[in-house]
Design a protein around this ligand. Structure first.
Ligand SMILES: Cc1cc2nc3c(=O)[nH]c(=O)nc-3n(C[C@H](O)[C@H](O)[C@H](O)COP(=O)(O)OP(=O)(O)OC[C@H]3O[C@@H](n4cnc5c(N)ncnc54)[C@H](O)[C@@H]3O)c2cc1C
Length: 408
């Protein structure tokens, strides 16, 4: 029995290993000159493989229960064990994130490819699948002007994020050709664009703060972590974490803004008391210089101006109502978000092939027998922290394993 896999990314490679173990003849087609190109870029070159604290709440989909079966069959412990078995030691980093011990994503790709080849998987690089059709009970894959026949076909083409790494719409095209529905896509884990001159002047400033997303006036999501001001707007781990909500709201044309808290570890009252106390160190200091003792140098004049206190030159001249204004400004900077940096910069695609037509236990299409979809091409996206790769490996593992069971 022959399996044709479209896409040699995280998901395609896991599916290939599992199916080949069961004795299937597996061919993997990859449009890039090398396999696993996106894996190389993950985790800033360190590859955040999975997360020790994984749960269904880390995933987003129109059908939230879809990932339950994957997580119960392919836990993070199972994922780590799998990598150990193919020769890669895994260690824990911050917030339960798991990385290869040598911190090199290239070793992840090398180990996966080595194992695939050991199991007899055939790789075809620079081989973009342009069309897939059903010929009798088989699938005909059109690749580089040739047609190749397979008993099973698995589509692991990924989403739209970072097309420079190989992402394309082709998985969606194949899905709709076979009668599958698509859930509207938008970028996730992406930088936000703010068309505000004052923000652009803060370019390069990095803080540990919190960011809260409001959609139609209601708080939707809050994250604590790095916030980096850039020439186009804001980036950093906390921004990426809430970006899905913003991108979704913008796609649905809902009103959205974000609120930054520059001193998240102090309540407003605590901050007011701190500022009040700090007045004793205000002697001979300008307001901005005095504020520098608390916030980044570039931020100080920005805060003073935003609080409408530019007219106050000496910190010692501050009155209680102005202290309150300063505290409020430091804890609630409202930014209007014009957009995101788009798929070109995003790490992940939200939306994709509608999972209502996919069996969550096997990843087989409910519409076309022997056709499978795994990984990011599906309408499943995860939070930042190893969850996206985990779903890609896990869905590939399950599909490959299930196809293996069906080998005659
Ligand atoms: C910069 C960056 C950093 C990231 N860091 C992390 C991280 O640390 N941890 C984490 O969990 N997630 C991370 N992600 C997300 C994660 O990489 C993806 O969710 C995951 O790789 C998806 O796996 P996949 O196999 O579904 O798709 P992909 O890995 O995108 O693989 C799909 C493959 O299919 C190929 N292809 C597409 N169309 C065709 C076609 N028609 N014919 C042949 N080949 C085709 C593509 O070239 C590609 O190689 C990151 C993403 C990016 C962009």
């Amino acid at each position: 029995m022959r399996l044709g896999i479209v896409g040699a990314g995280a998901s395609g490679l896991f599916a290939a290993m599992e199916a080949a173990k069961a004795g299937l003849h597996v061919s993997v087609f990859e449009k890039n000159p090398k396999v696993g190109r996106k894996i190389l870029a993950t985790g800033n070159g360190r590859c955040n493989i999975t997360n020790r604290t994984i749960s269904a709440s880390n995933y987003h989909s129109q059908k939230p229960s879809f990932t339950n079966a994957t997580l119960s069959r392919f836990s993070s412990a199972k994922c780590v064990e799998y990598f150990r078995e193919i020769g890669l030691e895994v260690v824990e980093g911050e917030n339960g994130r798991l990385y290869p011990m040598n911190q090199q994503s290239s070793s992840v790709v090398d180990m996966l490819v080595h194992e695939c080849k050991r199991l007899g998987v055939a790789f075809f690089v620079q081989s973009e699948v342009s069309h897939i059709e059903k010929v009798g009970h088989q699938f005909s894959l059109h690749v580089n002007n040739e047609k190749k026949l397979f008993d099973f076909c698995l589509i692991a083409t990924g989403g739209l994020a970072m097309p420079t790494l190989g992402s394309s719409e082709s998985g969606y095209k194949f899905a709709t050709f076979f009668g599958h529905k698509l859930i509207l896509t938008h970028p996730s884990l992406v930088q936000l664009v703010c068309d505000d001159k004052a923000i652009k002047e803060l370019s390069g400033v990095k803080i540990e703060g919190s960011i809260e997303v409001f959609v139609d006036g209601k708080s939707r999501k809050c994250a604590l972590g790095d916030i980096l001001f850039t020439s186009y707007g804001i980036s950093g781990s906390a921004v990426l974490e809430v970006s899905r909500e913003v991108a979704h709201a913008l796609t649905c044309k809902e009103k959205t803004f974000v609120m930054l808290d520059l001193i998240p570890h102090f309540s407003k009252d605590q901050l007011e008391s701190l500022l009040q106390k700090r007045l004793q160190y205000a002697v001979d200091k300008s307001l901005t210089f005095w504020l520098e003792g608390l916030v980044n140098k570039k931020l100080a004049p920005f805060i003073v101006s935003l609080a409408g206190l530019k007219h106050i030159l000496k910190a010692s001249a501050l009155e209680i109502k102005e202290i309150k204004k300063l505290a409020l400004t430091l804890k609630s900077i409202k930014l209007h978000v014009e957009g995101t940096k788009g798929f070109g910069s995003a790490e992940v695609t939200a939306g994709g092939v509608d999972v209502s037509d996919i069996d969550p236990q096997t990843f087989e299409s409910k519409i076309v027998k022997n056709l499978y979809f795994t990984g990011e091409v599906l309408d499943v996206d995860g939070d930042c922290g190893g969850y996206n790769l985990h779903f890609a490996w896990g869905s590939g593992y399950i599909a490959g394993n299930e196809i293996g069971k069906r080998k005659k």
